[in-house]
Design a protein around this ligand. Structure first.
Ligand code: GLA
Length: 511
């Protein structure tokens, strides 16, 4: 789910200062917090974002909501002692771990510290306001449903890079060019990582004719596309069907055809289309028609553009994604660079296997490999699970400075080959003993890729039995990470698997 871009990330010392400020007597005044509190920030690319906290105070109890550009979340467990306040926000991405908010009250100003699961603390100021952030624009009627023809793209899961996981709002023309240079020379392009996808925060204002323009971080999008194409790669972009993107930038609402044409003129090859503030106008049952609108608009341009839906799995997009012309659809909330996020979403994909097929993929979100929040064992499990799930492989790290270990994980040809297997079958869980799981994916050569996963917090022996794979007799076992083959193995195969790690195998029957 969207993280707020407006507020600065802060480290522990500043957090400590802000928390200790809560004890200063001058911060005291038994205020009634009922009302609206506005945080407004303009970032260097010229975009202004707003967050409005709406409090309703009854005694020491605090209720209300927070309005972000992409939607509203309800406040729960809120309380105040007149000097400080705290509350929880249940985020759509994770119904177990709420975002935690706390802060101090200084007259007509709040010092707010938020902690979203998997993210650093964020601090900002909110001032008392009568600003209502405006009602969302009027609802534009939606077209009748009809099938959008398949665009013929993404015969195997898309591979490339996306700016969001590492760069968030710091992506720029220069970053994209340097990433393209790195990918063209470090083997990634040649291994199949060809899409370079700019995520949120590239958008500027519309011109007088309503044409979307890039902001000052991207002086010339067409020139950038030419540059990326010149390196033998493709360029992707991002927008929302709502008036605002999740980061609070200009969305495509009411400009779908115009924006699709602009993208085609620039030479764009991939669109990630993120629900965000469409949720302020439309309901969940409208998702299909909303996404169909852009599906039609992309096809009308005549340019082959991969169409990637981002709707956090709302309304089962795997059931209707192909009918709106989509090549992939998100099945989960946002990944973060922590084992808990991976563990929570990655292993929850079992039921979606029937919906993956060439041209149409389940998308459990982009890779975090190399971003530093997990061990290399965890990153190998991440990469192996994504390969088994036939998931898009969109690296989300800083390719320019990645370590040799990260490069080896992203570029392992035997693992990439499983992901890119042309039959496009998605793996299923074939056995589970507590936190030890075996997943298997049938491959086009008739053999099987098998992952032995250890989700527990201790090294453990994990076993795959041939009978669970529908096999008997002896098998050659190829280890896709050590690149070694154990010949003629009977009945099954056991290995010690590190904490949160994987042993990733290809099983080949001995003739
Ligand atoms: C949402 C998406 C993310 C990213 C951000 C950008 O949270 O799910 O993948 O695109 O928006 O604001």
């Amino acid at each position: 789910m969207p993280r707020s871009l407006t507020a600065k990330l802060i480290g522990p010392p500043l957090l400590w200062f802000l928390l200790s400020a809560a004890t200063f007597p001058s911060a005291t005044s038994a205020a009634d917090l009922t009302g609206r509190w506005l945080n407004e920030e303009t970032v260097p690319d010229g975009n202004t974002t707003q967050i409005v906290i709406v409090f309703q105070q009854t005694g020491s109890h605090l209720g209300g909501k927070i309005i972000f550009s992409w939607g509203e979340l309800r406040i729960s467990n809120g309380s105040t002692d007149g000097k400080t306040f705290k509350f929880d926000l249940m985020t759509p991405a994770d119904d177990k771990n709420p975002a935690k908010y706390e802060g101090t009250i200084q007259g007509d100003e709040l010092q707010v510290i938020s902690h979203w699961p998997g993210n650093n603390n964020t601090a900002y100021t909110a001032k008392r306001t009568s600003n209502t952030m405006g009602d969302p624009p009027a609802r534009i009627a939606l077209p009748a449903l009809h099938p959008v023809p398949y665009n013929g793209l993404a015969a195997t899961p898309p591979m490339g890079w996306n700016s969001w996981n590492h760069f968030e709002g710091r992506v720029s023309d220069a970053v994209v060019r340097e990433i393209a240079d790195a990918m063209a020379s470090n083997g990634m392009r040649d291994a199949g990582y060809i899409y370079i996808n700019i995520d949120d925060t590239w958008e500027g204002k519309r011109d007088a004719a309503g044409n979307i323009q890039s902001n000052n971080k991207f002086p010339d999008m067409k020139a950038l596309a030419d540059y990326v194409h010149g390196k033998g790669m493709k360029l992707g972009i991002y927008s929302s069907p709502g008036p605002k993107t999740c980061g609070g930038y200009e969305g495509s609402y009411g400009h779908e055809q115009q924006d699709a044409k602009t993208y085609a003129q620039w030479g764009i090859d991939y669109l990630k289309y993120d629900w965000c503030s469409a949720g302020r106008i439309y309901r969940n049952e409208d998702l299909r028609a909303v996404y169909q609108k852009m599906g039609d608009a992309l096809q009308a341009t005549g340019r082959p553009i991969v169409y990637s839906l981002c709707e956090y799995g709302m309304d089962d997009p795997w059931k209707w994604g192909p009918s709106v012309g989509a090549n992939l659809w998100r099945t989960t909330g946002d990944i973060t660079d922590h084992w808990s996020a991976l563990d929570y979403t990655g292993f929850a994909q079992n039921d979606l296997a029937p919906y993956a097929a060439p041209g149409h993929w389940n998308d459990p979100d982009m890779l975090e490999v190399g971003n530093g929040g997990m061990t290399d064992d965890e990153y190998r499990a991440h990469m192996s699970l994504w390969a088994l799930l036939a998931a898009p492989l969109l690296a989300g790290n800083d390719i320019r400075t990645m370590s040799a270990a990260t490069r080896e994980i992203l570029l392992n040809p035997e693992v990439v080959a499983v992901d890119q297997d042309p039959a496009g079958h998605q793996a299923k869980r074939i056995s589970k003993q507590g936190d030890l799981e075996v997943w298997a994916r049938p491959l086009s050569d008739g053999f099987q890729a098998v992952g032995l996963f250890n989700r527990s917090a201790a090294t453990a022996q994990v076993t795959v039995r041939w009978s669970d794979l529908g096999l008997s007799g002896t098998q050659d076992v190829r280890d896709l990470w050590t690149h070694k083959t154990t010949a003629s193995v009977r009945d099954g195969y056991s290995q010690l698997v590190p904490i949160h790690g994987v042993v990733f195998l290809k099983i080949v029957p001995v003739k």
